[in-house]
Design a protein around this ligand. Structure first.
Ligand SMILES: Cc1ncc(COP(=O)(O)O)c(C=O)c1O
Length: 394
C-alpha cells in the first residue's frame, strides 16, 4: 500500500484509470473489443497489457482500475478480477497445481471450494487432503513430499474458526509449497494475509467488497508472476468479469472501511447479546474471549468481522422457528452486504457437504449463520430478541 495513505484514501484514490475527461467517478468501458488502425498497432496491443487493450476477455480499463486498487489494498504486487468468487478460487488453485501434486484444505470451507478440493481436483489427478480442523499441526501432519498448496479460509465458513495465517504460510514456505488464503470474510480492512507471508489471496467480491448485494465478481491478489500465470487460466477458461461489475466493486470499495467498521461493532454487540441468551447454546464469533481462535484473531485482524453463527437450544425445529421469525434479516444465501442476511447451514447452505462431514466439522442441526449488515444495532438486537423468545420455540 502507498505508505502515505491509509486504507480509505487508498480505496478511494488508489489505482489509475485512463480517462481523458478527468471524470471523478471511474468511467465504465462497456466494450467487448477495441479497434486499431494499423496491423503494427494491432500486433503491439496483442502482446501484453499494459500498454494496450485488445479484447475485454483479456483486459478492460475499468476492470484494470479495480485490479490496481485491490493490489494496493491487499499489499500485493498485482491483482486480477474474475467473473465470480469461485472463478477466483478455481483459477488461482488451478494455477498453483498440476497433475500429481497434493493440496491441503480444511473441510469447513465455502461449499463450492469444498467440492473443488473433494471432487474436481482429484478427477484431474491432483491429490487432496481435507482437514477436520484448521490447526497448523493438522496442516503439518497432512504434508506429503508432493504437497504444493495449503489453502486457508479465515475466519471460515460457517464455524468462524481462525487459522494462524503466518504459521501456515511459514510451514508452506519451508516445504516449497504455496499458501492461498480466501480473504472474503475478513476483507483487506480486517486482515491482509500477504503481510503474514501468504502467497496469494482470493475473494468473492460479491460479498463485502461490492457490499450491496448487486454484483457477482471475484479477485485474486499476489505476486506479479503468479497473477501473470493466473491471467492465462482466466483468459482460457473465460472467467472474465463484466466491466459494469468491476465498476460496482470500485464503488463498493470506496465505503468498505465505513461498512466493515460498523459491521465489526454490530457483530460484536450481537454476539455478546446471543452469548447471554437463554435460548442459545453456543455462539461462534472470534471477537468473544471464549472463542478458541480469539488470541490468533486478535493478533492478525484489525476487527473481528461481521460474520457470526449461533446454535439454538433444541436443534433443528426450534432453530428453523427462530430463523423464520426474524423480521429484519433476509433469509438469503450470500453475505457481506448492507442488509443483514441469515442462513441455516444444516437445512440449506451446506447441504452439498455430506451429513457426516458437516457433523465432524461442528455444523450442528440448530446452527444459524448471520451476516451482519449496517442497520441500526438496536433494531437488530430487538429483532433477535423477539425471534428467540422461548415462548415460540417449543
Ligand atoms: C468464503 C467464500 N469464498 C468464495 C465464495 C464464492 O463466491 P461467488 O459466489 O462470488 O462465486 C463464497 C460465496 O459465498 C464465500 O463465502
Amino acid at each position: 500500500m502507498n505508505k502515505r495513505w491509509g486504507f480509505s484514501t487508498t480505496a478511494i484514490h488508489g489505482g489509475k484509470i485512463a480517462d481523458t475527461h478527468k471524470s471523478v467517478a471511474a468511467p465504465i468501458y462497456q466494450t467487448a473489443t477495441y479497434y486499431y488502425d494499423t496491423a503494427e498497432e494491432g500486433a503491439r496491443l496483442g502482446q501484453e497489457i499494459p500498454p494496450g487493450f485488445v479484447y475485454t476477455r483479456w483486459s478492460n480499463p475499468t476492470t484494470r482500475a479495480l485490479e490496481e486498487k485491490m493490489a494496493l489494498l491487499e499489499g500485493a504486487e498485482d491483482a486480477l478480477a474474475t467473473a465470480s468468487g469461485m472463478g477466483a478460487v478455481s483459477c488461482a488453485v488451478l494455477t498453483a497445481l498440476k497433475r500429481g501434486d497434493h493440496a491441503i484444505a480444511p473441510s469447513a470451507i465455502y461449499q463450492a471450494t469444498y467440492q473443488l478440493f473433494a471432487e474436481m481436483l482429484p478427477s484431474y489427478g491432483i491429490e487432496t487432503t481435507l482437514l477436520p480442523d484448521t490447526d497448523t499441526q493438522s496442516y503439518e501432519r497432512a504434508l506429503r513430499p508432493n504437497t504444493r498448496l495449503l489453502f486457508i479460509e479465515t475466519p471460515n465458513n460457517p464455524m468462524l474458526a481462525i487459522t494462524d495465517a503466518a504459521k501456515v504460510a511459514s510451514l508452506a514456505r519451508a516445504h516449497g509449497a504455496m499458501t492461498i488464503a480466501d480473504n472474503t470474510w475478513a476483507t483487506p480492512y480486517n486482515h491482509t494475509p500477504i503481510s503474514d507471508g501468504v502467497h496469494a489471496v482470493v475473494h468473492s467480491a460479491t460479498k463485502y467488497l461490492g457490499g450491496h448485494h448487486d454484483v457477482t465478481l471475484g479477485l485474486i491478489a499476489g505476486s506479479s508472476d503468479f497473477i501473470k500465470k493466473t491471467k492465462k487460466q482466466v483468459r482460457i477458461l473465460g472467467t472474465t468479469p463484466d466491466p459494469f461489475g468491476a465498476w460496482l466493486v470500485i464503488r463498493g470499495l470506496a465505503t468498505l472501511a465505513l461498512r466493515v467498521e460498523r459491521q465489526n461493532a454490530t457483530a460484536l454487540r450481537l454476539a455478546e447479546f446471543l452469548a447471554e441468551h437463554p435460548s442459545v447454546d453456543r455462539v461462534h464469533y472470534p471477537g468473544l474471549r471464549a472463542h478458541p481462535g480469539h488470541a490468533v484473531a486478535a493478533k492478525q485482524m484489525r476487527g473481528f468481522g461481521g460474520m457470526l453463527s449461533f446454535e439454538v437450544k433444541g436443534g433443528y425445529g426450534p432453530s428453523v422457528r427462530v430463523f423464520e421469525r426474524l423480521e429484519i434479516p433476509k433469509r438469503a444465501t450470500s453475505l457481506g452486504g448492507v442488509s443483514t442476511l441469515v442462513s441455516h447451514p444444516a437445512g440449506i447452505s451446506s447441504v452439498h457437504m455430506p451429513r457426516e462431514v458437516r457433523a465432524a466439522v461442528g455444523i450442528s442441526e440448530g446452527l444459524i449463520r448471520v451476516s451482519v449488515g449496517v442497520e441500526d444495532v438496536d433494531d437488530l438486537l430487538g429483532d433477535f430478541s423477539q425471534a428467540l423468545n422461548p415462548a415460540h420455540l417449543s
